[in-house]
Design a protein around this ligand. Structure first.
Ligand code: NAD
Length: 247
């Protein structure tokens, strides 16, 4: 589905991001994964190469909250591959601190990586996509972007912003044949939810009509679809992958 495409996936070393990287490679893309540390990048590349030594994948570690570093990395990729077809903004952090315990620094941290970093990656990449005749940008939202969250206000605030950025850029960039969409996962079995006790996961699962949390591979399928030509007329969409959860 992605033969010959060049894709960047941020936060591609584990969880949903790693599953997206794998799914894109299985479907013929060349993938550059962005990670926060060289060690985790190396580990991810090693396990991908063990699965299939033919896969064209490499890793980089720009600080995603530093616009200049991200631009430099994106330009290096353009220099090497000549184009960028797909940008997946997946890296993000979650947070559940109650308002009365919140600090301004904590709020800034979540907005910096969950919102500003997406803009920093889109800015240089969209210019390259435009020059090349188009592309697909997929952001990572969350089910809390539709319903809010009763604690940890920074996280749902950031994901509402992701939806706003997605829909607005879809309208602005359509004329350049750049599609902009977001995937809004529900509770998905990654490190982000692994720290929750079983009883909490079980309680949450009771609120999911499908009766269980999602697997990272199931979320990655939505990223594959939106990146592919099967979604050629889909832009500005927030695609829920949450087993019909309504929290
Ligand atoms: P995860 O914690 O397993 O992975 C997050 C990834 O983001 C990691 O690779 C991490 O290194 C990277 N990252 C975080 N902060 C970074 C930073 N400052 N610089 C560079 N990289 C950074 O989480 P996940 O569950 O795979 O989450 C991926 C995305 O999915 C996030 O945007 C998250 O908000 C979203 N999401 C997850 C769930 C869920 O239940 N797991 C639900 C809804 C949305």
């Amino acid at each position: 589905m992605l033969k010959g495409k060049v894709a960047i996936v941020t936060g591609g070393t584990r969880g949903i991001g790693y599953s997206i990287v794998k799914k894109y490679l299985e479907n013929g893309a060349k993938v550059i994964l962005f990670g926060s540390r060289q060690e985790t990048v190396d580990n991810a590349l090693k396990s991908l190469k063990e699965e299939n030594a033919e896969w064209e994948v490499e890793g980089m570690c720009p600080t995603l909250t530093d616009a200049a570093q991200v631009e430099e990395a994106v330009l290096k990729i353009k220099e090497k591959y000549g184009k960028i077809d797909i940008l997946v903004n997946n890296a993000g952090i979650s947070q559940s601190t109650p308002l009365y315990d919140y600090t301004p620094e904590e709020f800034d941290k979540v907005i910096d990586i969950n919102v500003k970093a997406l803009f920093y990656a889109i800015l240089p990449t969209a210019k390259i996509m435009k020059e090349n005749g188009g592309g697909s940008i997929i952001n990572t939202s969350s089910m809390v972007s539709l319903a809010g969250q009763a604690s940890g206000v920074g996280y749902p605030t950031s994901k509402f912003a992701v939806n706003g950025m997605t829909i607005s850029l879809a309208r602005e960039l359509g004329k350049d044949h750049i599609r902009v969409n977001a995937v809004a996962p529900g509770v998905t079995r990654t490190d982000m939810v692994a720290s929750l006790p079983d009883e909490v996961v079980n309680r949450i699962s009771m609120q999911i009509p499908i009766g269980r949390p999602g697997e990272p591979e199931e979320v990655a399928d939505a990223f594959l679809f939106l990146a592919s030509d099967m979604a050629s007329y889909i832009s500005g969409e927030i695609l829920s992958v949450d087993g019909a959860t309504w929290i």
